[in-house]
Ligand binder design. Structure first.
Ligand code: PLP
Length: 283
């Protein structure tokens, strides 16, 4: 695999950053993940817009304009022969003596690499996922896509140990979001529900696209809190992320969700999402 590190393309196995990088010492950085499906970049502009916002929120200068980011992504994909997979981007504050406070004028550290994976062929789309609830142990700025992911690491590990594919995190009696995804339910009345955006959740790019698709189909959409009890009485549940597109939930805290298999609303949204991506011109 070829990586991009601070302006240079280099074999990933040989790529390195200094130990004094603040991303390493403090998790002082942000990241993005964009899916590539048959050489089409999924929601790339929205990911680059969110990267810019995350950087701005933590006072790291964005090293590139969106068009330069796009060019580097295309170049990285070409050099790797990446037709299906993910492009990971990380920007940290840079290298400095270890102090919590940071000096001005640091050069951000930029790391990009691909992951090979056919996100569109995930077998879980057919079988459905098991989800468990776990406490939301994160900080109060979950709208920033921070590389400080210790809470999610521990939460996803606990979910796996419980035999689940994903954790839906609960704070103050409501589900905030998945440990690495946005949570949705479809009520018995056919209403698609997801939590409204705030500092409690990441503004999911896939969430936005799925909502646009639902809106275009004149489906009933509402943004409000969801309780764990509501998932058990919902007709469907699913979660979205760039690295999975959308995944149907068939079991929740050990109980069956809806009919216990991927539901029609999920299937329609998933299919339309893929069709929308495939309608783009390949890179
Ligand atoms: N919420 C959290 C906490 C995430 O980590 C992610 C993705 O990794 C998402 C939601 C989904 O966001 P997106 O659809 O932009 O990938």
């Amino acid at each position: 695999r070829i990586a991009f590190v601070n302006g240079e393309f280099t074999p990933l196995s040989a790529a390195s950053i200094p130990v004094m990088d603040r991303g390493f010492l403090f998790g002082d950085g942000v990241y993005e993940v964009t899916a590539v499906i048959e050489r089409r970049f999924a929601d790339d502009d929205a990911h680059l817009t969110r990267l810019d916002r995350s950087l701005r929120e933590i006072d790291i200068p964005n090293p590139y304009s969106a068009s330069v980011w796009t060019e580097i992504e295309r170049d990285l994909a070409r050099r790797n022969g990446l037709e299906n997979g993910l492009i990971y981007i990380q920007v940290t504050r840079g290298v400095a003596e270890r102090n919590f406070q940071y000096p001005t004028g640091l050069a951000p550290t930029i790391v990009m690499f691909p992951q090979f994976k056919r996100v569109q062929d995930n077998p879980i789309i057919e079988t459905g996922a098991k989800v468990v609830t776990l406490p939301d142990q994160r900080w109060s700025r979950c709208d920033i896509k921070s590389t400080s992911l210790l809470a999610q690491v521990l939460t996803k590990q606990a979910a796996q140990q419980a035999g689940a594919n994903e954790a839906w995190m609960v704070r103050d009696g409501s589900i905030t979001e998945g440990a690495s995804s946005t949570a949705f339910i479809v009520t018995k009345e056919g209403q698609i529900v997801t939590r409204r955006l705030s500092s409690a959740v990441l503004p999911g790019v896939t969430r936005r696209t799925i909502m646009k698709i639902a809106h275009g189909m004149r489906l009933d959409l509402v943004e409000r809190n969801i309780t764990p009890d509501e998932v058990l009485t919902a007709s469907e549940a699913f979660y979205t992320s760039a690295s999975t597109i959308a995944v149907p939930v068939v079991a929740f805290d050990g109980q069956t969700v809806g009919e216990g298999h991927p539901g029609p609303v999920f299937q329609t949204l998933y299919k339309t999402y893929l069709e929308t991506i495939m309608a783009q011109t390949p890179e």
